[in-house]
Ligand binder design. Structure first.
Ligand SMILES: C[S@@+](CC[C@H](N)C(=O)[O-])C[C@H]1O[C@@H](n2cnc3c(N)ncnc32)[C@H](O)[C@@H]1O
Length: 198
């Protein structure tokens, strides 16, 4: 096993650095809340979808996703129990409409279980050798015709071409055009939607 394969934190990880937690709280939960909300609004969810968010972190995007599907369900998969614990606290009010799964998403899928999947600032965090497993797992987890919505930072080690190629290899087809935008607090980003065949 090489370092590139090790994505799971130790069984009893040290507490998250306070500065990271404070920064996430400011960007994810306070100042940046509008940035996440606007991206989620632009997904034009109908409100009854079964949504899968991979790499939900502390729930910055998840809380807007949960609000966007009042008649649906949200499943948050996150590898790091420390972030997942914060997400759980943040979304307590949503009750059992939101499910939290601690797992390495590269080894996790729920065949046909979701209408929409979300990857928000996650793909570049996953070692390149593991990304095909992650994307194939997401494709399996979507129902026929299901949609994957992605937003990634630009310039974090994965080019747009590589992202497109990896999504194509996993069986995804582009839905519309990709959007490049400079987003407050996030910098240059690339977002787009892909779907699996019907
Ligand atoms: C940059 S953060 C983004 C968090 C959240 N999506 C957001 O936009 O605020 C990336 C998250 O993906 C999680 N992650 C990375 N690799 C993962 C994997 N293999 N399975 C599940 N989660 C993963 C990290 O632990 C981290 O919480």
């Amino acid at each position: 096993v090489t370092a590139a394969h090790v994505t799971r934190p130790p069984a009893h990880p040290a507490p998250l650095p306070w500065l990271e937690v404070a920064l996430e709280s400011v960007v994810g939960d306070r100042l940046g809340a509008g940035v996440y909300r606007r991206w989620v609004e632009a997904l034009s969810l109908a409100g009854d979808e079964r949504v899968l968010e991979i790499g939900a972190g502390a729930g910055a995007c998840a809380r807007h996703l949960a609000a966007a599907v009042p008649r649906g369900r949200l499943t948050c998969v996150e590898i790091d129990p420390r972030w997942l614990a914060i997400a759980r606290r943040r979304l307590t009010a949503c009750g059992d409409r939101v499910e939290f799964v601690e797992a390495d998403a590269c080894d996790w899928s729920r065949p046909g279980g979701f209408d929409v999947a979300i990857l928000h600032f996650v793909l570049h965090d996953v070692p390149a050798v593991r990304r095909p497993m992650l994307l194939r797992g997401i494709a399996r987890s979507l129902c026929p015709g299901g949609r994957l919505c992605v937003r990634e930072p630009v310039g974090h080690g994965m080019s747009a071409e590589a992202m497109r190629a990896e999504l194509g290899d996993a069986g995804f087809h582009p839905t519309g055009d990709e959007v490049r935008a400079t987003v407050p607090l996030m910098g240059r980003t690339l977002s787009g939607a892909w779907h699996v065949p019907r």
